[in-house]
Each structure stands twice: as C-alpha cells, then as structure tokens.
Design a protein around this ligand. Structure first.
Ligand code: ADP
Length: 163
C-alpha cells in the first residue's frame, strides 16, 4: 500500500475565517491527510494565542476526518518534512497574493526541492476576505457573520470590544 499523501497548510489563522475553511476543505479532497499548522511567529503581533487559534481550527474542522491541527516554529519546509508531508497548501485570492506566494514558493523550492507548493483558490465570496479585514470590521462594530463562524465572531467581540 502507498504511504498516505500528506500536505501541510501553514498560516497565522488569526483568526481562522471561512476562506481558510474553504481551502482546508478543498485540500482535504485532494490529500489523504491535511495538517493545518499554526505558525508561531514571535515577530508578528497576533490577537489570539496559538492555543486559541488551534482550538478554533479544531472546532471548524471537526467534521473533516482527515484534517489535523498542529503548530510549528521555524521553517515550514522543516516542519513539513518532520511530519512526512510532501506538499504545502497556500491560498491565492487576488493578483496581489501572487507575487508573495510565488517568492515564498521559489524560496521553499530552493530549501526543499522534495516539497511542492500547491496553491488553491477559494470560492468567490471569500476572494477578498482576510483575517486582518475581519478584525478591522469587528473593531468598528460591523458584522462578520458571512466570514467567520458564530463562535469565532463571539470570540472576536470578546477580544476586540470586551463584550
Ligand atoms: P499568513 O500569515 O501565512 O499569510 P494567513 O492565515 O493570513 O497567514 O493565510 C494563510 C494562507 O491562507 C495564505 O496562503 C493565504 O493566502 C490563505 N488565505 C487567507 N485567507 C484566504 C481566503 N479568504 N481565501 C483563500 N485563501 C486564503
């Protein structure tokens, strides 16, 4: 029997949105196992702790049996190798994502020629959606119910508005 084909989907997920979930769902149809990995980046200010982000990711992926949630520090390709994954999942929304994702993919190819970057596109309601915008909308009192789950919207209110 062939070994399971594993992919790592790395990101900040601060917080996870329905755009992230759309991508996880697509990756889970292609790979035997998808490891959604929260990047622990000390230099990046985040709203939610790594544990909170992992908890939210576990909640929203609970009905996807081949998805696991983890975290890592350091190079994504090293983490992928340590977990026996041969692919990295990244999302492409708009043209502006392309240059950044291409440069990361090329750097990762140099670091780890055995690991492929696979870019997936979300469905159109999520094309202009980012965690940053979700936080901004909530902080100004707007609704993000089309972009995150009700539990994550509640957590955002708690963190950003104290209610
Ligand atoms: P990072 O800090 O690595 O950009 P993010 O959590 O913002 O972390 O994003 C992780 C990955 O998910 C990136 O490849 C990003 O392009 C992708 N992504 C984020 N939001 C969406 C979305 N709405 N649709 C598709 N891909 C997305």
């Amino acid at each position: 029997m062939n070994p399971p084909r594993k992919a790592v989907y790395p990101g900040s997920f601060d917080p996870p949105t329905l755009g992230h979930l759309d991508l996880i769902w697509r990756a889970a149809r292609i790979f035997d196992e998808v490891i959604v990995a929260v990047a622990k980046n000390e230099s990046k200010q985040s709203l939610f702790t790594v544990d909170e982000r992992m908890e939210m990711l576990r909640e929203i992926t609970a009905d996807l049996p081949n998805v696991v949630v983890d975290h890592f520090q350091g190079l994504t390709v090293h983490f992928a190798r340590s977990r026996g994954a041969f692919a990295l999942i990244r999302g492409l929304r708009v043209i502006s994502d392309f240059e950044f994702e291409l440069s990361m993919a090329i750097n990762n190819q140099k670091l780890a020629p055995d690991i492929e970057t696979v870019c997936l596109m979300p469905s159109d309601p999520y094309l202009f959606l980012s965690s940053r915008q979700v936080k901004e909308i909530v902080s100004f009192g707007g609704s993000v119910s089309h972009y995150v789950t009700p539990d994550i919207e509640r957590r955002l209110h708690e963190k950003l508005l104290g209610a």
